[in-house]
Design a protein around this ligand. Structure first.
Ligand code: PAF
Length: 281
């Protein structure tokens, strides 16, 4: 497995690999790899000749400096995991390599980055779009793999690729879950044992909400789900919203027929967890 710290070296390697006729699958990450990331890399490995992963904790997508400080950094273990799934190349740049100067670009995603995560994490999606654009420019992959756990991020990245007319196929991958249903996340490692136990409830509430639809009104389901989660003394819902799966626009109680997604953000102590589930009428 090749490890690159400088963009120029990775770009040269990719260029040679492409001249030799290889397709490139790319998995961008912020490290602290868990089986969810490895599933993305595994799928990329099956669908491409070569797999490149990046490990970069992107400072400009953190709206909370404490969250950035506490973000787990486990580079050596991450590299071991990537070796075990026969990843071909890893890009681990430092901050100067990615941001040699101040970053001023501001994307306009219209409604997409104003709701849910965008509402509570100002500037987050702009930071994500900037770094993913830079990474795509460096790696120039044929396909890039993103987990559906970050559902809104996936929609933003698709919008960015369209806006920038980039020639990369975005592949959404199913959320990988713990046996109790908790979506795998690098943040789970920060939960206390009690918080971890209670966090499994988020998935059960999403399932319960899906069963209530379309029999119950969307607003009734959102209210029920919020109350159910908050009934745990360890959990506090930031939002539970059922939206159109494509546009992320809110849906009215009579909006039958569209594909919907329920998106939720929950605090377990200081740890912020997100999850989602598609609804079909
Ligand atoms: O999902 C993530 O881990 C990050 O937001 C990403 C896509 C690697 C950009 O920093």
């Amino acid at each position: 497995m090749r490890i690159f710290e400088r963009r120029i070296d990775l770009t040269a390697w990719v260029k040679q690999a492409k001249i030799a006729g290889n397709s490139i699958g790319f998995v961008p990450t912020m490290g602290a790899l868990h089986p969810g990331h490895l599933a993305l890399a595994g799928q990329a490995k099956r669908e491409n000749d070569l797999v490149v992963c990046s490990i970069f904790v992107n400072p400009i997508q953190f709206n909370n400096p404490e969250d950035l400080k506490k973000y787990p950094r486990t580079l050596e273990t991450d590299l071991e995991h990537l070796r075990s799934i026969r990843c071909d190349a890893v890009f681990c740049p430092d901050e100067k390599e990615m941001y040699p100067g101040p970053e001023t670009k501001v994307y306009d995603f219209g409604h997409l980055d104003k709701v849910m995560e965008g509402r509570y994490r100002q500037g987050h999606f702009n930071g994500v779009a900037i770094v993913v654009k830079k990474l795509f420019d460096i790696v120039e992959p044929h396909r890039a793999y993103f987990g559906q756990k970050d559902y809104q991020q996936l929609q933003i990245i698709k919008a960015m690729v369209k806006k920038e007319a980039m020639d990369v196929e975005i592949i959404p991958c199913a959320t990988v879950r713990e046996p109790d249903g908790l979506a795998m996340s690098s943040r789970n490692a920060r939960l206390t044992p009690t918080q971890r136990q209670e966090a499994g409830k988020i998935y059960k509430v999403l399932q319960g909400a899906r069963e209530m639809y379309p029999g119950q009104a969307v607003s009734t389901i959102e209210k029920w789900a919020t109350q159910e989660i908050n009934a745990s003394p360890e959990l506090e819902t930031e939002y539970f919203q059922i939206v159109d799966a494509e546009t992320l626009l809110p849906v009215g109680d009579d909006d039958l027929g569209n594909e919907l997604v329920a998106c939720v953000a929950v605090y377990a102590g200081e740890v912020r967890l997100i999850d989602n589930m598609k609804f079909y009428s």
